[in-house]
Design a protein around this ligand. Sequence first.
Ligand SMILES: [Cu+2]
Length: 311
Amino acid sequence: MPEISTLNPLSPFAAQISHLFVAMLVVLGAIFLLVLGIVTYAIVKYRDRPGAPPPRQTFGSRNLEIAWTLGPIILLAIIFVFTVQTMRASDPPISADDPLQLRIIGHQWWWEADYLKSGVIAANEIHIPVGQRWLLDLESADVIHDFWVAELVRKIDMVPGHPNHVWLEADRPGTYFGVCAEFCGNEHAWMRFRVIAQPLADFQRWQQAQLRVPPSPTGGAAAAGLKLFEHNTCVNCHTIAGTPGNQQIGPDLSHLASRTTIAAGAADNTPGNLYRWLKDPNSIKPDTHMPNFQLSDADAKALTAYLETLK
Ligand SMILES: [Cu+2]
């Protein structure tokens, strides 16, 4: 599992949250050490010694009581002001003419990414141009999920019937790991995704490639695989551009081979894993909503060969 850390923020929004966290950690850590120091001092200084009289007793101290009431109130007020500032800066208000760029839909247990400008539909890997501030629409197809990329965006719930919005931006090109942060069923832990931030030209090249209709194989195992895809119930749940399949119950497979993982990060996207997945999805992701078709070895091989052509 790759490192996911809120202490390594790589977007203006995540940076705000991270800075507030570190500042509070330092201040509260200092208070903790101060209290620990005073307690230790008292324990040592007033410990029981043979023959020593009991220490002088003190009853009440108006000044001390005022200090330890006012001190925390003032400190909490300061933290409150900084928190409100951070909330605004990490999640800036959205105006009516900010364009929505991406709709992310949480499914049990994978992520759909609809590019609203270009019409690209991707799954589990979200490509964005680096340095651009994108407004996301977050929705759910079933239960409550939560979109979280520690280095880039705060956690935000995806609530069925109630679209939420959040800004997504990455300062630097790279791959950032995201997870579902709201328990959403048995495979919640295998509901992962990647945000891939690319220079604009690379992003546009990716987008063009995703828009291309994959060529249908004309012979060999891959052609047999295409037939199996079309004539099995695969088409009732999956989309492959240029075939009768146009459903989003499962991930869009039009460019499956261009992705690095399958089943929302549960396995690397290799021909071996794809074959295993088709033979028995539960062996990779128990309880997944992808059914086991009891495919023969030959059929699973043909389907794998076909899916591998979907670059
Ligand atoms: Cu989830």
